[in-house]
Ligand binder design. Sequence first.
Ligand code: GRF
Length: 232
Amino acid sequence: MSIARKRVVVLISGRGSNMNALIEATGDPAYPAEIVGVIADKADAKGLSVAAARAIETMAITRADHADKAAMDEALDAKLTELRADIVCLAGYMRLLSPAFTEKWAGRLINIHPSLLPLFKGLDTHERALQAGMRIHGCSVHFVTAEMDGGPIIAQAAVPILPDDDPDTLGARVLGVEHQLYPLALRLVAEGKARMENGRAVLSGVSAEGSLLSPGSASEAVDIESLARMTP
Ligand code: GRF
């Protein structure tokens, strides 16, 4: 008997290239999760039309439509419950979720961040990595807690920083590995191989390199201009 695939809802704010990477990965019937919905906090988020074109249920839950932040998070929670979400993936979702929400979805809520956490939480990570003189940079997928970009780390991918890099070239290199790392990390969570226990990420049944992508195995950069054109 085949094991039921986990039901995943992706939350976005913008173009949704990571969402798209998850849609591609979950298109394989052997992948342990399926995308059952995409929700944006902006009605004009480009990723919504990308998902809709793939026949995925989409909707916008915006701050403007709700009296306050708590009401918005409640509406989000209600929709996730209606969609029977097992796992929620934040993919460029630019809002901080309330502690009540992160508490309720703890262990089932994951995010991708474009730095090797705990370095460079927040915005402008590529610029800050360059300014700091880093020689490597990368991205992390982590369980979401109330602390922004502060939850336990599930998986990370590293890329080299090259002498001529600027924030755009470095960002494109990182984005290329984000698209590989997020499906890898979601798979670990969906298979129960990455769990959040007592505020830590616990990995089991994973090889030594199982939650790592290294420069040698993941060096595809993404062409930023083609991404900007990424509309169906
Ligand atoms: C990605 O760099 C992600 O790590 C960050 O926001 C960006 C979203 O890009 N959280 P996209 O919408 O997935 O293309």
